[in-house]
Design a protein around this ligand. Sequence first.
Ligand code: NAD
Ligand code: ZN
Length: 341
Amino acid sequence: MKTLAKLHAEKGIWMTDAPHPECGHNDVVIKISKTAICGTDMHIYQWDDWAQSTIPVPMTVGHEFVGVITEIGPEVSGFKIGDRVSGEGHITCGHCRNCRAGRRHLCRKTLGVGVNRTGAFAEYLVIPASNAFKIPNNISDDMAAIFDPFGNAAHTALSFDLIGEDVLITGAGPIGAMAAAIAKHVGARNVVITDVNDFRLDLAKKMGATRTVNVSRESLKDVMNEIDMHEGFDVGLEMSGNDTAFRSMLECMNHGGKIAMLGIPGKDTLIDWNLVIFKGLIIKGIYGREMYETWYKMVAMLQSGLDISPIITHRFNVNDFQQGFDTMGSGKSGKVILDWN
Ligand code: NAD
Ligand code: ZN
């Protein structure tokens, strides 16, 4: 079968042939219809330090997908051939304390599809059946293909009560823009989003941000004065991984503010801890999606009128994958879909 794989320890991704996956007792095999390119795939494509120390070569990559079940292991119940599914890319151990308590997103032994094991950029993918998630008929393939990053946005945005709150999102990448849409959908008042990229800020505006701030030109504090927000933000969603953005978030939070942190900061990031202590801030780290509360919430939000469709800005046939990766790397895109049909 056709796959997109990291074949060489250098920048790039290559189309290659791989054997059809074998379906284990508790697995499902999924015929992939659409995949999306993640920021993580871009790190793997660029072959940066993180990728070099994490990704085995050769390996099929990718973890954002939708497809149809074509094979079911003998021990699997609850799925049938023909079911349209996306899937949770974090494979958890199932027997640690957190897994057994239903807190699978906190498993200490998580393995990532397309990061630590064979990925979804392939005609067929095998995953444990417990990681598959059935997609209701009224949700499109395009939406289902981005449930993984939409889930990062949902897990982060729904970490704290947003009703009537003033929310600051730092980073208007695909996940930040989707978080803006969610915050507005669930009833936040001001949803202010920052970035240094106008294309992405425009997209975030389209998705529901009430004010965009290009911090290379405007100061967040001036914007707060302009919109009469003198006390500070109630909730912060850090989605840039940028140290300066995080430091300015700490400065702009109200006392008692809550921060959910998805962006991955530099290892040696310095912050003013006095802001955390004397403002009584709560900071929560976010990894992946809650299994499977986040997945149910995503479906429910789409079915109750949340529209995140503008985030998909480009669609390519998988044979044009290079264009897809170039587009994703250009900074002038939201999500990029690759069609495997
Ligand atoms: P992305 O890289 O596409 O978006 C980050 C955005 O931050 C970019 O648009 C960039 O221009 C912007 N930015 C840069 N400097 C800034 C500054 N000073 N102020 C404000 N914005 C600034 O990433 P994404 O795919 O949207 O993901 C968001 C973040 O979440 C990334 O850091 C990613 O690594 C991380 N992530 C974490 C998890 C997890 O499980 N914790 C999962 C997925 C992604
Ligand atoms: Zn576990």
